[in-house]
Design a protein around this ligand. Structure first.
Ligand SMILES: NC(=O)c1ccc[n+]([C@@H]2O[C@H](COP(=O)([O-])OP(=O)(O)OC[C@H]3O[C@@H](n4cnc5c(N)ncnc54)[C@H](OP(=O)(O)O)[C@@H]3O)[C@@H](O)[C@H]2O)c1
Length: 271
């Protein structure tokens, strides 16, 4: 009778989630959001100290665990897979959020910077996802599929110009991640696992500190809503994708950017 009640639609009690890069920025926000709606959460990021600090905050909201691991290293991915088994008795939600950026002019753009970004934002997502499929599949049902949520970017949809410094590898990695999302969505559907991407616009985090300090007015001008995103606007979409309400959404790339990616950038990098 109350099948459309908010609690029935969005409740995450009994669910378990791994969030890579969950020790700060958007990952930390999503961890709080999932915990506050009943999920148990494991975060994974490189620095033990950042994991420890994050846990102190996150444990206020529910059952949370952390593993210090670099998603680009295969031996660390083994640690992550083992931690999922140790912390949870079933595994329902993988959020591939860890990411990095590198900005430089074309003539100065280093090969190792390009490789580092692609390796973190794309290659590691593929490898970790592949390695966690058995755990997701084991808990998946027709009514409640396993969920993979990739954190892409509006910069994988449009060519970013507002931050003035070109980010070739970042945009390319996120565009590829969006496409990988769709390919995996088709491949994993028979295993009862959905795969979607969220493509955020600008939100406050360490990654955006520099551009907000220097170009916040341009960033706001470039967005049809004339502002940056708020934490709840990211959490809302992620809770939806993880919940009963989002069970039939598959292979979608959902922009959460105030319309920035469909507005025409007006300012060249060189201005
Ligand atoms: N902020 C925005 O406006 C925005 C917009 C669009 C998309 N995004 C995307 O959102 C995601 C999170 O970014 P953010 O803005 O929250 O950045 P952030 O504050 O720099 O957070 C990045 C997180 O990832 C972790 N991390 C980085 N490299 C890692 C690796 N190799 N292995 C494991 N963990 C790693 C970091 O912790 P350690 O340093 O301890 O590893 C940190 O917890 C990224 O994929 C980013 O592209 C952000």
């Amino acid at each position: 009778m109350d099948e459309f009640n908010l609690n029935r639609l969005f409740d995450l009690n009994g669910k378990t989630a791994l969030i890579t890069g969950g020790s700060s920025g958007l990952g930390l926000i999503m961890a709080k959001g999932l915990l506050q709606n009943g999920a148990r959460v494991l975060i994974a990021s490189r620095k033990q100290k950042k994991c420890d600090m994050a846990l102190i905050e996150l444990e206020k909201y529910g059952d949370c665990f952390a593993v210090a691991a670099d998603v680009t290293k295969s031996e660390d991915r083994v640690k992550i897979v083992a931690a999922v088994d140790d912390c949870f008795d079933g595994f329902s939600i993988l959020i591939n959020n860890a990411g990095g950026n590198w900005g430089a002019k074309l003539e100065d753009y280093p090969d190792d910077g390009f490789e580092k970004v692609i390796s973190t934002n794309l290659n590691a997502v593929f490898s970790l996802t592949r390695d966690l499929i058995p755990q997701l599949e084991k808990s998946a049902t027709d009514d409640d599929p396993g969920r993979i949520i990739n954190i892409g970017s509006m910069d994988g949809i449009h060519v970013p110009i507002v931050q003035r410094v070109p980010t070739f590898a970042y945009s390319a990695s996120k565009a590829a991640l969006h496409h990988l999302t769709k390919a995996l969505a088709i491949d994993l559907a028979p295993k009862k696992i959905t795969v979607n991407a969220v493509a955020p616009g600008f939100f406050e985090s360490r990654m955006t500190d520099y551009v907000f300090e220097h170009f916040i007015t341009d960033i706001e001008d470039d967005c049809p809503l004339h502002r940056i995103g708020r934490p709840e606007e990211l959490v809302g979409i992620v809770v939806y994708l993880a919940s009963r309400a989002g069970a039939y959404t598959n292979g979608a790339v959902i922009p959460v950017d105030g319309g920035t990616s469909i507005s025409k950038g007006r300012r060249p990098w060189t201005e």
